[in-house]
Design a protein around this ligand. Structure first.
Ligand code: ATP
Length: 473
């Protein structure tokens, strides 16, 4: 199964989607760069999310807050005190792990072996010890459950230490305690601290939402699984502010809406799973993850949390500025409750890529292609003159000119037509448009469909309408 992930990582690199960061220096762990097709795909995904949040909802607006924020923000949010992971080293392999992840993986093994009770009791024991911050007992749990290091195979663990995931740096030229600032570990706080600015200036009435896309940084202890867990990544978050008491209805509404969004993207229902949290974070009164079945198992893609009034209330306490809303319908002041939807753009990208990656055998020949929804495909159509002479390139260029303002188009005249089709399959281009001698006579072209490889003859004048219809979401 992990071979499948390896294939996808190799494909992503070979065909210009994702490269390891600073690769000529052997890369930087858990940091990646997006290549020419990767950036198109990622931008398309972000645009779809942005539009489905802001344009399709009259009561959701966007912001773009800075990565740096006043340091007190992270006191108020709880990140300075409790954005920690339990870190443990194996004394034999000298490899570092997250104790909770090791335990979760063990529980998943029990689950897969059909021993659901054992999986559940292991997870609840872990939750209890983490809650109590009893790391000595958490280490005993590792040893007693015979959870060994995947490299050395031993259970020779060090003590477990708390490790804060925030990156910090210094503002200005003098490095002292008071000049320490953090790179934001989530985008949400930029929304909370701007709640009243947005509410007033965009004249929003509760219920309303604020959406944001931006970079976030976490010093992850275990960085594995490609772009699934990165140290620098991008989040797409939406905070929806509601009247207290109505939050669980809105929570339900958003959970359904977000699941449906993933299905509309072409993710099969059977590959998606809703995981309701039993153990809730201190700020939440309901929480779930939308999980996708990656080649390495079901993992979180998006989190939906009912965060109560925790964040606004805490910012009110720390800033001494009222974070209240006057609700004219009920004539009351209150701090709104918040439903949050939070998805990583990179994880969404990885899910999209895993879901699109198809290897199939046709007539004894292997064919690999990316079955991407045309709305997110990096290139919508490749315009391919059959030969480099007889005016075919010029005719093909005319088609490029007519389409390029509305669609990302590629022109390609090198190599055989078959090779060019293959190349487009590999980057997921849904349509190849071939220009041949007949085109010069009757202004028709051949459209070759990526998924079926079927071809049809259509008039050039129809191309724009066809592409528009296919690429709409
Ligand atoms: P995990 O349990 O996987 O560490 P989390 O529960 O800490 O994730 P949240 O804090 O809820 O994640 O973040 C919301 C979303 O941001 C996640 O669903 C995920 O898509 C994305 N995300 C979080 N951490 C990372 C990361 N290190 N790399 C890439 N995406 C991330």
């Amino acid at each position: 199964e992990n071979n499948q992930l390896k294939d996808i990582i190799a494909h992503a690199k070979e065909y210009g989607f994702v490269y390891p960061s600073s690769e000529i220096y052997d890369g930087l762990q858990a940091v990646y760069d997006y290549g020419p097709y990767g950036v198109e795909l990622k931008n398309n995904l972000k645009k779809l999310w942005w539009e489905s949040m802001t344009r399709l909802h009259e009561n959701i607006v966007g912001i773009d807050a800075a990565i740096f924020m006043h340091p007190t923000t992270w006191k108020a949010s709880g990140h300075v005190d409790s954005f920690n992971d339990p870190m443990v080293d194996n004394k034999d392999s000298k490899k570092r792990y997250r104790a909770d992840v090791l335990i979760e993986e063990k529980a998943a093994q029990f689950e897969n072996a059909g021993d659901t009770d054992r999986a559940k009791s292991l997870l609840s024991a872990m939750a209890r010890l983490m809650e109590a911050e009893d790391f000595a007992a958490l280490r005993d749990l590792l040893i007693n459950e015979n959870i060994s290091c995947p490299i050395s195979g031993t259970t020779n663990w060090t003590d477990i230490r708390q490790f804060n995931l925030m990156f910090s740096t210094q503002v200005g030229s003098v490095a002292d305690e008071s000049s320490t600032i953090y790179l934001r570990p989530e985008t949400a706080q930029g929304i909370f601290v701007n709640f009243l600015n947005v509410q007033k200036t965009a004249r929003m009435k509760v219920p309303f939402g604020i959406a944001q896309i931006g970079k976030a940084f976490r010093n992850e202890i275990v960085a594995r699984q490609f772009i699934f867990r990165m140290r620098e990544f991008e989040q797409m978050e939406m905070q929806f502010f509601v009247r207290p008491g109505t939050e669980l209805d809105w929570y339900k509404t958003w959970a359904e809406a977000r699941l449906n969004w993933h299905k509309a993207l072409g993710i099969p229902t059977e590959k998606l799973r809703r995981h309701d949290h039993e153990k809730l974070a201190h700020y939440a009164n309901a929480a779930l993850d939308i999980e996708y079945e990656f080649p390495f198992g079901y993992k979180e893609v998006e989190g939906i949390h009912s965060r109560t009034d925790f964040d606004l209330k805490s910012h009110q306490e720390y800033s001494k500025k009222k974070q209240q809303y006057f609700d004219p319908e009920i004539n009351q002041n209150y701090i709104p409750y918040v439903i949050e939807t939070s998805i990583g753009a990179d994880r969404l990208f990885l899910m999209t890529l895993c879901n699109a990656y198809v290897e199939e055998e046709v007539d004894g020949k292997q064919r690999t292609y990316l079955k991407l929804h045309p709305a997110v495909a990096p290139v919508k159509a490749a315009i391919l003159p059959l030969t480099k002479k007889d005016g075919l390139p010029e005719k093909a260029r005319e088609i490029v000119e007519a389409l390029k303002y509305d669609f990302n188009i590629i022109y390609e005249d090198a190599a055989s037509i078959g090779k060019r089709y293959t190349r487009q399959d590999l980057i997921g281009t849904p349509f190849c448009i071939a220009v041949d001698h007949q085109t010069l006579e009757d202004n028709t072209v051949t459209i070759r469909h990526r998924d079926t490889t079927e071809q049809e003859r259509v008039s050039i004048s129809e191309l724009h309408v066809r592409l528009t219809a296919a690429c709409s979401f």
